[in-house]
Design a protein around this ligand. Structure first.
Ligand SMILES: *Cc1c(COP(=O)(O)O)cnc(C)c1O
Length: 215
């Protein structure tokens, strides 16, 4: 089941779009099924759950943190992840950078653009993102691109408007030719084909791979 779902998604994704298997709320046995089907990038959104799963999975798994991260949980996350996709405040960005400097690590990050109006309070505004990129580079983090979650609705026009907005910002920043800034992480189970149409380089898919979340 998991292997078949993964293969169907991989066949539909254009080359150059990477797939993050969002494994939150699923037990490690199911993650291992995906691993044996060739999946290596896994996304988790809760620090404790990530921390518990890391030692149970093979060492070549690349973990992406995709949830709201509180600064008192950094040590559960930052030693183990290759990317934090959900940098959603200036305060968090500063704290992650400082933790990395103190601990001799450099972590790839994405800046999360606030999309989808009232549903989530997390995320950076466009001026905040442009301000971060205009400031002196931070030594503890590599800013690799943008992440966004579209409005949770069946109305494709609303979802597309969200994706258009983040794609336009991404393209605008790309003209600045910042080194390593090349990732646009948009698209989940219910909207990833639209995200691909709007330039996604990374999609984050849970339910379409693993089925409904278990706990
Ligand atoms: C849970 C989650 C996903 C995956 O959601 P599905 O609808 O199960 O594909 C993607 N991105 C983020 C940030 C999430 O929290």
């Amino acid at each position: 089941m998991i292997a078949a779902s993964l293969n169907a998604i991989r066949e539909a994704l254009p080359s150059g779009v990477s797939l993050v298997a969002v494994s939150k709320f699923h037990p490690v046995e199911r993650l291992m099924e995906a691993y044996h089907a060739g999946q290596r990038i896994f996304g988790e959104n809760r620090p404790q759950e990530l921390f518990a799963k890391v030692p149970l999975m093979p060492p070549d798994v690349q973990w992406h943190f995709i949830g709201h991260l509180q600064t008192n949980k950094l040590k559960l996350v930052l030693p183990y992840v290759t990317m934090v996709q959900s940098i959603d405040s200036l305060h968090l960005l500063d704290a992650v950078n400082r933790w990395c400097l103190d601990n001799g690590r450099v972590v790839d990050i994405l800046l999360e653009l606030h999309l989808g109006a009232e549903q989530t309070k997390h995320g950076l505004t466009e001026p905040e993102i442009l301000g971060i990129l205009a400031a002196a580079p931070m030594e503890g983090v590599r800013i690799r691109g943008l992440m966004g979650m579209a409005t949770n609705t069946d109305d494709a026009a609303v979802v597309e408007a969200d994706f258009e907005r983040i794609q336009a910002l991404f393209e605008r920043i790309r003209t600045m030719e910042l080194p390593g800034f090349d990732q646009l992480s948009i698209g989940m189970s219910n909207d990833w084909p639209l995200a691909v149409k709007h330039g996604a380089t990374m999609v984050r898919i849970g339910t379409d791979i693993f089925g409904p979340r278990e706990y």
